[in-house]
Ligand binder design. Structure first.
Ligand SMILES: Cc1cc2nc3c(=O)[nH]c(=O)nc-3n(C[C@H](O)[C@H](O)[C@H](O)COP(=O)(O)O)c2cc1C
Length: 246
């Protein structure tokens, strides 16, 4: 297996960091790796806010629901859906941008954010650093918008902690690959059995970590997905001009 595949096959999130800074050179290489990534229609409607300031990271940790690893990791990157950038280009062409008000626009931007996030993670991990994505910044999007001074037509979609690893975690097992890969046509007949097995596998994983608060995959999703867990996203995105009604 080549080094890129080895890296991808060993993906895991890190939630324990040393206070050793990430060098400017490393950070630049990581950011440039994501900058080179593709975007739909070459819209480049993604931008990043890089936060190294400790007080700002501590505030983001709080806003994300008390995630201490955000304060601990020396670098936090917020991935911004940036229809402010595209709007300026559309205006140059004498047109009026509408896409940011649509489901299509949000979906495309979310895909492009995901690609950017994956490239940042791969680049950082290839340098031996640890990472953990942070969707928790959408818990209080208005406070993130204020903190990072984001203009209209932008939205803080997800964040990423990057730092030197202190205590690493073992790889989290995945559900049987038959629930992931469908050949030629979709087939969910293996799902129920695979979920039952995985619920047990994940409990064994928590036990291995000495975590007695661990839940099965089903219980965890039951708790989280029975509601819109970040209900501020829709109204605050609308206030930013991202109406999602077309
Ligand atoms: C978009 C996204 C948002 C996430 N948000 C958080 C978060 O706010 N806090 C956190 O600790 N982990 C977060 N995670 C990490 C997931 O919990 C983690 O990827 C998943 O449990 C699988 O574990 P692994 O990454 O160690 O393989 C997020 C992951 C993704 C992809």
């Amino acid at each position: 297996m080549n080094d890129t595949l080895k890296l991808l096959h060993t993906h895991h999130s890190t939630r324990s960091y040393t206070d050793v800074p990430v060098s400017d050179e490393m950070l630049d290489q990581i950011v440039r790796a994501a900058w080179h990534g593709p975007t739909s229609m070459n819209a480049q409607e993604i931008s990043l806010v890089v936060t190294r300031d400790a007080a700002t990271r501590a505030r983001i940790a709080e806003l994300a629901g008390g995630q201490i690893w955000i304060a601990q990791a020396p670098v936090f990157i917020t991935l911004i859906i940036d229809f402010n950038k595209t709007e300026q280009g559309v205006r140059n062409a004498g047109q009026t941008q509408v896409i940011h008000e649509s489901m299509e626009g949000y979906g495309v931007a979310a895909v492009d954010v995901g690609i950017t996030l994956a490239n940042l993670m791969t680049a950082a991990r290839s340098l031996g650093l640890g990472v953990v994505p942070i969707g928790g910044i959408r818990r209080n999007p208005q406070a993130m918008i204020d903190l990072l001074q984001l203009p209209l037509l932008t939205f803080p979609q997800v964040g990423l902690c990057i730092g030197h690893i202190d205590k690493d975690a073992p790889l989290k097992p995945r559900m049987d690959i038959a629930t992931f890969r469908h050949d030629e046509r979709y087939d969910d007949s293996a799902y129920q059995a695979a979920i039952n097995t995985y619920d047990q596998t994940i409990m064994n994983y928590w036990q291995q970590l000495g975590r007695n608060d661990g839940m099965t995959w089903s219980q965890n999703l039951g708790n989280n997905l029975k509601q819109v867990y970040f209900p501020q996203v829709k109204p605050i995105a609308a206030m930013q001009g991202l109406l999602n009604d077309k």
